[in-house]
Design a protein around this ligand. Structure first.
Ligand code: ATP
Ligand code: MG
Length: 285
């Protein structure tokens, strides 16, 4: 029997979310101390806990079949792997930043300057595409202190809120790429492993659809139902159930989270009452 080997980050910003995703997909991993690898009890997968930097190489070599990590690491390592599915967590951007009192008019600013980064490959490509010749100083960590100690004129690093930049007297001047967690795969999986991966992806989609949508229930006078049905298309069309009160119905439907506030306002305007919004656990289209 085949087993799909999945690499996730051992400890760091991606670890908990990666484990949570597997759990929401109904995959039971033995709890307790995180060893090098664990096997699921109810699904043919084995989870290996690794440093995120190493995952692209292991996936390319086929030491593991798939991996979950930030796109930034996938792009930086440039290995022969396939981005199968964006996962929607660990969002961040890779940006250029310079001392906050400097005047910035565009990427030409970096002409003949020195920039410190842990992502030399992504940054060099950005400069190359714009015909900018700058010196890229590769450093392992704490990139944000480089300008302060005279190691570089600017930095290129991960930004999520910008507070680290601010604390180091820097300002973000150019967003080069946006990244999120992704599932990558070896370019050629065996038929057996591909089947397991497809089964896993089916579950991932169900989890993603569920968190992107809400279940909504409301009461409305029957005369308002046609208009309400137009605002609430649902998966097919809304369910309408009669209330004991003559002339009133209960309407059930599914709405995208992002449309939520706008839809609620519109429903109230159309005469809806007692609106309940409930999270969805799984959703299969
Ligand atoms: P490892 O020891 O596994 O190499 P790491 O120190 O490289 O860990 P983390 O800091 O845990 O990595 O970040 C992992 C990933 O989380 C990043 O590569 C990036 O994709 C994502 N991420 C999201 N927001 C941030 C942030 N504010 N700072 C750093 N990484 C972030
Ligand atoms: Mg790392």
């Amino acid at each position: 029997m085949s087993i799909l080997k999945i690499a996730i980050q051992k400890s760091g910003r991606l670890s908990e979310k990666s484990l949570q995703l597997l759990k929401e997909c109904g995959i039971h991993l033995p709890s307790g101390d995180r060893k090098l690898k664990t096997e699921a009890s109810n699904f043919p997968v084995e989870v290996l806990y690794l440093r995120d930097d190493d995952i692209p190489q292991y996936v390319e070599q086929g030491v593991v079949d798939v991996g979950i990590l930030g796109e930034n690491e996938v792009w930086e390592k440039g290995k022969n792997v396939v981005e199968v599915q964006k996962l929607g967590f660990a969002g961040c951007r890779l940006s250029l930043a310079i001392p906050k009192d400097e005047h910035y008019a565009g990427p030409e600013y970096f002409q003949h300057k020195r920039v410190a980064t842990s992502y030399p490959r992504i940054l060099s490509r950005f400069f190359e595409e714009r015909g900018i010749s700058a010196t890229v100083e590769e450093i392992g960590g704490s990139v944000e202190i480089a300008p302060g100690i005279g190691l570089a004129d600017g930095i290129f690093d991960i930004v999520s809120t910008g507070s680290t930049l601010l604390m180091n007297g820097l300002k973000e001047v150019e967003v080069v790429v946006r990244s999120q967690a992704v599932l990558i795969s070896h370019p050629e999986l065996s038929e057996d492993k591909r089947l397991i991966l497809n089964k896993l992806l089916f579950r991932v989609h169900a989890v993603q659809n569920a968190s992107a949508n809400k279940y909504i229930l409301l009461n409305a006078p029957n005369s308002a139902i046609p208009d309400i049905a137009r605002v609430l298309p649902g998966m097919k069309s809304p369910t309408v159930l009669p209330l004991v009160d003559e002339g009133w119905s209960s309407v059930h439907s599914v709405i995208p989270e992002e449309a939520f506030w706008e839809v609620i306002d519109e429903l109230k305007r159309l005469g809806a009452q007692g609106i309940l919004v409930i999270p969805i656990e799984k959703m299969v289209l």
